[in-house]
Design a binder for this molecule. Structure first.
Ligand SMILES: *[C@@H]1O[C@H](CO)[C@@H](O)[C@H](O)[C@H]1NC(C)=O
Ligand SMILES: *[C@@H]1O[C@H](CO)[C@@H](O)[C@H](O)[C@H]1NC(C)=O
Ligand SMILES: *[C@@H]1O[C@H](CO)[C@@H](O)[C@H](O)[C@H]1NC(C)=O
Ligand SMILES: *[C@@H]1O[C@H](CO)[C@@H](O)[C@H](O)[C@H]1NC(C)=O
Ligand SMILES: *[C@@H]1O[C@H](CO)[C@@H](O)[C@H](O)[C@H]1NC(C)=O
Ligand SMILES: *[C@@H]1O[C@H](CO)[C@@H](O)[C@H](O)[C@H]1NC(C)=O
Length: 201
């Protein structure tokens, strides 16, 4: 059980930019209950850089997105409810993410296969990153999330610094635009209905 994790750690080390000691703080989060607690709640997708062509293409179509994570500690699953704006339309989807504690990965079944990502923490506790293909320079990807629809200047700098730590350039990043969001009205309606349901039951 310790072996795959050890391999992951080793494969991460060469990525870290030795010139920048701050990169030592960009770490793959262990999949503990505390970690799951930290990422539970509502998050906004701010930006990503993806060298994998499939992920790159998909990221270009997203105008804005936010989502709710509800971890189930006993099942090693995280309920994902996502509100994505694409083509000026809101698309709602919900699914279960799977947690592989021993590999420090989270996975999602989409487009006919399981997709794996590492969860990274860096500086601000109100942000997190998902990284794909960390040990594959040609496919590497990094996505950035915050707890508010618009990232602060400091948070954007955190993202750019994290890209540099992974040997990626900030010119590779694509950003969402919260002004294009079409989902917030629907979310408010869903939340209201949920509250009414809870009050009635
Ligand atoms: C890493 O994070 C710790 C705790 O937030 C901080 O004290 C330290 O200065 C950081 N290290 C670098 C090199 O930025
Ligand atoms: C993503 O695809 C676009 C358009 O094909 C390309 O210009 C860009 O360089 C790609 N991004 C990355 C990070 O490879
Ligand atoms: C977690 O999953 C178990 C088994 O499916 C279920 O009984 C439990 O209610 C779930 N917990 C939460 C908080 O949803
Ligand atoms: C994580 O939470 C689950 C459910 O509450 C509990 O059964 C388990 O013991 C916890 N694990 C740790 C390491 O605390
Ligand atoms: C919604 O989720 C289903 C199942 O994971 C998936 O097949 C479908 O492509 C998703 N749709 C969107 C718009 O994300
Ligand atoms: C963990 O990673 C190893 C090596 O890549 C793989 O064989 C194993 O199936 C993974 N375990 C889970 C639960 O995904």
């Amino acid at each position: 059980m310790a072996l795959p994790w050890a391999l992951t750690v080793l494969s991460l080390l060469p990525l870290l930019d030795a010139q920048n000691p701050a990169c030592a703080n960009l770490t793959v989060a262990p999949m503990t209950n505390a970690t799951l607690e930290r990422i539970s709640g509502k998050w906004f997708y701010i930006a990503s850089a993806n060298r994998n062509p499939e992920y790159n293409q998909s990221s270009q179509t997203i105008q804005a997105a936010f989502f709710y994570l509800t971890p189930n500690h006993t099942e090693d699953q995280i309920l994902l409810r996502e509100y994505t704006t694409m083509g000026d339309k809101c698309i709602y989807n919900s699914s279960d993410l799977r947690v592989q504690r021993e590999n420090r990965t989270i996975s999602k079944y989409e487009w006919g296969r399981e997709h794996f990502a590492h969860l990274l923490f860096f500086k601000d506790p109100r942000t997190f990153f998902l990284a794909a293909y960390l040990d594959d320079e040609k496919n590497r990807g990094l996505s950035f999330y915050t707890d508010k629809p618009v990232a602060t200047q400091e948070q954007l700098e955190e993202f750019h610094e994290a890209l540099a730590c992974l040997d990626m350039h900030k010119s590779e990043a694509v950003y969402t635009d919260w002004r294009k969001d079409q989902c917030e009205p629907q979310d408010s309606q869903d939340e209201k209905e949920k509250k009414t349901d809870e009050e009635e039951s």
